[in-house]
Design a protein around this ligand. Structure first.
Ligand code: ZN
Length: 385
C-alpha cells in the first residue's frame, strides 16, 4: 500500500471543526479535512475514535459532537425531558432514575442549551407573521419575598413561544405585620433592580420585532394586559408613532375579561396555565420552587422547547390538516422540523454556532442573578464551546 492510499483511508470529513478559533468552525471544506489518530476506551461508550483537524491541529473525537460529551454515564435525555414536562420534581426524578441531583441538573442544563440552539435556528426558518401576545408569568425564586415576573412572547394563533426574560420584583399585596417587617429587613440588605418589568418586557418585544418587523402592508400587532409599564415601553418606540416603514399596534386587554379562547390574550393565558400545571417549580404553594434563577431559567427553556417542538398542537385546526406542533402552527416548514429529535437529543449544540437573542444568551451562560447572591454562577468551560 502506498503512502497516499494510507492517508486516504484515514482522512475523514465532519460538518465543522469543534474548535471555535478554527477557520473550519463555521464552515468546513466539502472534502475530508481531519485524520484519525487512534482511539480511546470508555466504560459508557466503548471505543471512541480520535481525530485531528488539518487546519488548526487540535484533536477531537466523535464524542465531541455528541450531547453525551464528557459524561461517564448515559441517562436518557428524552426520559428526563418528559418527566420534567410531566410535573416531576428534581428530587422525584433523581429517585426514579437512580441518579444524583447534580447529575440531573447537568442533564437539564444541556437539554435546555440544546433547545435554545434548536430554537434559534428554527426562528430563522419561521415564515408566517401573526399577532404577538406578551404577558408576565408570575412565580417566585428563593422565597415568596422575591416574586419573579417572566415575560413570555407567544404567537396569538400558534401558541408558539418566541422568547422569555426574567426580573425579580418586590413582594406586594397584603402582608401581616411580621411579614412587612421581614420584607423591610430583606430589601434593606438585598438590592433589587429598578424598572425590571419594563426592561424584561422590552427584551422579549425586541426579539419579536426583529423576527417580524412591521411592514406597510402588515403592522406588528402586540397584545398585552393593561400594565402601565408595558404602555410606557411601547410609547417610546418609533414604530408605535408610525415613524419608519411600518406601524406597531398595541392592543390592551382588561384582565377582568373571561379567560376563554375568544380572549385575544388566550395564548398567553394558556401558556401560563400549562407552565403552572406542568412545572413542579411553578406549582402554586410549591416546595420545589427555584432556589437559583439561572437554573430555573434553563429548566424553563427545556420545558418551552418541549412545548414548541414536541408537544402536540392543542386545538382543532379550522381548515385542512392539523399542524403537529406549535412550531408547525407558527409557520416553520415541516421539512425544517424533520430532524428535531436528533438536534434536540443527540447532536451537541455549540454556543459559538448559535444565533441567540440577548436573553437566550444570558440563559445559556447562566447570567441571571439570584437575589442575594453576589457570586457569578459556575459555568463549565465546555458550555462556552
Ligand atoms: Zn480545526
Amino acid at each position: 500500500m502506498t503512502a497516499t492510499a494510507v492517508i486516504e483511508v484515514f482522512v475523514h470529513w465532519f460538518a465543522f471543526c469543534p474548535n471555535p478559533a478554527c477557520a473550519y468552525h463555521h464552515e468546513a471544506p466539502a472534502s475530508p479535512w481531519a485524520y484519525a489518530i487512534g482511539w480511546y476506551a470508555t466504560k459508557a461508550f466503548g471505543k471512541v475514535r480520535r481525530f485531528r483537524c488539518t487546519r488548526c491541529g487540535k484533536s477531537f473525537s466523535t464524542q465531541t459532537f455528541s450531547t453525551h460529551y464528557y459524561l461517564k454515564r448515559i441517562v436518557s435525555y428524552r426520559d428526563v425531558l418528559y418527566r420534567l414536562a410531566g410535573g416531576e420534581s428534581l428530587r422525584g426524578m433523581s429517585r426514579a432514575l437512580g441518579c444524583s441531583l447534580s447529575l440531573l441538573t447537568t442533564r437539564i442544563d444541556r437539554l435546555a442549551r440544546q433547545g435554545i440552539a434548536l430554537h434559534a435556528r428554527m426562528l430563522r426558518a419561521r415564515r408566517s407573521k401573526e399577532d404577538i401576545c406578551i404577558d408576565g408569568f408570575v412565580s417566585f425564586d428563593c422565597s415568596q419575598y422575591f416574586p419573579s415576573e417572566i415575560p413570555i412572547a407567544v404567537g396569538r394563533t400558534s401558541g408558539f413561544v418566541l422568547d422569555v426574560s426574567h426580573c425579580t420584583r418586590w413582594r406586594s399585596g397584603s402582608m401581616r405585620q411580621d411579614q412587612k417587617a421581614k420584607a423591610k429587613a430583606l430589601y434593606s440588605k438585598i438590592r433589587l433592580e429598578r424598572g425590571g418589568i419594563g426592561r424584561s418586557f422590552r427584551e422579549v418585544l425586541a426579539t419579536s420585532l426583529a423576527l417580524q418587523p412591521p411592514q406597510p402592508q402588515r403592522p406588528f400587532v402586540l397584545i398585552t394586559d393593561e400594565k402601565p409599564d408595558y404602555a410606557r415601553v411601547v410609547r417610546r418606540l418609533a414604530a408605535y408613532w408610525g415613524e419608519g416603514e411600518g406601524r406597531l399596534v398595541h392592543l390592551t386587554i382588561s384582565s377582568y375579561l373571561p379567560r376563554t379562547i375568544h380572549n385575544p390574550l388566550f395564548s398567553s393565558n394558556y401558556t401560563d396555565r400549562e407552565l403552572r400545571k406542568d412545572l413542579a417549580n411553578h406549582h402554586r404553594e410549591s416546595v420545589c420552587f427555584n432556589r437559583n434563577v439561572a437554573n430555573g431559567m434553563l429548566r424553563l427553556w427545556a420545558y418551552l422547547m418541549w412545548h414548541n417542538y414536541l408537544k402536540p398542537y392543542r386545538i382543532r385546526w379550522p381548515k385542512g390538516r392539523r399542524p403537529a406542533t406549535h412550531a408547525e402552527a407558527s409557520g416553520i416548514d415541516a421539512t425544517a422540523l424533520e430532524n428535531v429529535y436528533r438536534s434536540f437529543f443527540e447532536e451537541r449544540a455549540f454556543l459559538t454556532r448559535s444565533p441567540l437573542s440577548p436573553t437566550m444568551a444570558r440563559s445559556w451562560k447562566k447570567e441571571w442573578r439570584t437575589p442575594g447572591q453576589a457570586k457569578a454562577e459556575y459555568l463549565p468551560k465546555l458550555a462556552l464551546g
